[in-house]
Design a protein around this ligand. Structure first.
Ligand SMILES: [Zn+2]
Length: 125
C-alpha cells in the first residue's frame, strides 16, 4: 500500500522532530498533499491512525490540505491551474499536460508535494 509507506515516513519525521524539541505529546499535524501524488486521503488517514498507536502522536488530529496542480508553459509563459478535459468516452475528468493558451506541453511545478506544514506539540518543560 503506497499510502501506508508514505504515511509511515511522515510519522517518523514528525517523531524525529518531536524528539529534537523534547516534545511530550503531539496534538496536531498539518499536512499539504498535492493532487498529483495520487495519494488517497482516506487511506492516509487510516494508515496514520494505525501508525501513531503507542507513540506520543496517539490521539493527535491530522489535518490535510489538498493542493491543486500548477503548471508552467515554456512556450507562452502561462502559469496556473491544470486543465481538465472531459473524455466523452468515459465521462471522467482527467488532467492534461497541455497549455490552455497555446497548447504547448507544460511542466508540472506544483502538486507533487507531500509536506509536513506544521506540528503542534507540548514540550517537556
Ligand atoms: Zn502556453
Amino acid at each position: 500500500m503506497h499510502e501506508y509507506s508514505i504515511t509511515s515516513q511522515i510519522v517518523e519525521n514528525v517523531l524525529q522532530e518531536a524528539k529534537k524539541h523534547d516534545a511530550k505529546k503531539i496534538f496536531e499535524v498539518h499536512l499539504v498533499i498535492g493532487k498529483f501524488t495520487f495519494l488517497g486521503i482516506e487511506q492516509v488517514r487510516f494508515s496514520y491512525e494505525i501508525l501513531v498507536k503507542g507513540t506520543i502522536m496517539e490521539g493527535s488530529k491530522l489535518y490535510i490540505e489538498e493542493r491543486n496542480g500548477v503548471v508552467k508553459c515554456a512556450g507562452c509563459g502561462y502559469e496556473g491551474t491544470i486543465m481538465y478535459e472531459d473524455d466523452p468516452k468515459y465521462h471522467i475528468l482527467f488532467p492534461t499536460l497541455y497549455c490552455p493558451k497555446c497548447r504547448s506541453k507544460v511542466d508540472l511545478i506544483e502538486g507533487k508535494e507531500c509536506i509536513i506544514k506544521s506540528v503542534k506539540l507540548m514540550r517537556d518543560k
